[in-house]
Design a protein around this ligand. Sequence first.
Ligand code: GLP
Length: 244
Amino acid sequence: TVYPDQHIASRQVARRICDLIRRKQQNGETTVLGLATGATPIEVYAELVRLHREEGLSFQNVITFNLDEYYPMSPTAPQSYVTFMNENLFDHIDIPKENVNIPDGTLPLEEIPAFCLAYERKIEDLGGLDLQILGIGRTGHIGFNEPGSAPNSGTRLVTLDDLTRRDASRDFGGKENVPTKAITMGIGTIFKAREIVLMAWNAKKAPIINKAVEGEMSSEVPATYLQLSDNVEFILDEDAASEL
Ligand code: GLP
């Protein structure tokens, strides 16, 4: 779906999340959300905060799982995805702290495989993700599933692509300060979500959106795997859609 601009598109996505939460609340059910970081979803989160404040949207029975976190990464570092999520969403809504799940960037290496398995299991035990929101990196990554990621990959430690580290260099004051690794949900994990919404704004994303939507499916552009799913919607502004 192509919207005239990212503001209208972001409000649409927030409204969809709000409707899902309210629908499940009416049935006494918990909503399990998969969340993303980066510049792309910031306005969606701002709109959810507004809906909480002005329209009484409650997150008391919402459980969230973030896609990824840099490794190593302290949760209190300004660049951590924990800080990002707190500043953009969690500090401003009524979600119980124990309902928030973000991969742990502080674990010793040898504990990461068990942590990743437990992350997957926790999502499964809750009945799976109701909705996963995604951005897209210029390498075609979703979460931090870089080129070479397998379609059935699970949550794991990955090595970041050079372009991804370059794109993150502003946040870290230079590429050399960007971690070389991350913990990310896998493509397989993302695929199990009942609904997937991938958002992209700006002309900078137009070439990779073209490849993701119209290109041949390949591990070289992990987002092309989304072509396999019936439950995916790409939500774009006109600039991101300009090469379709
Ligand atoms: C990072 C995140 C991705 C995100 C991507 C794009 O790599 N791990 O989840 O989609 O950045 O970021 P932006 O939305 O800032 O373009």
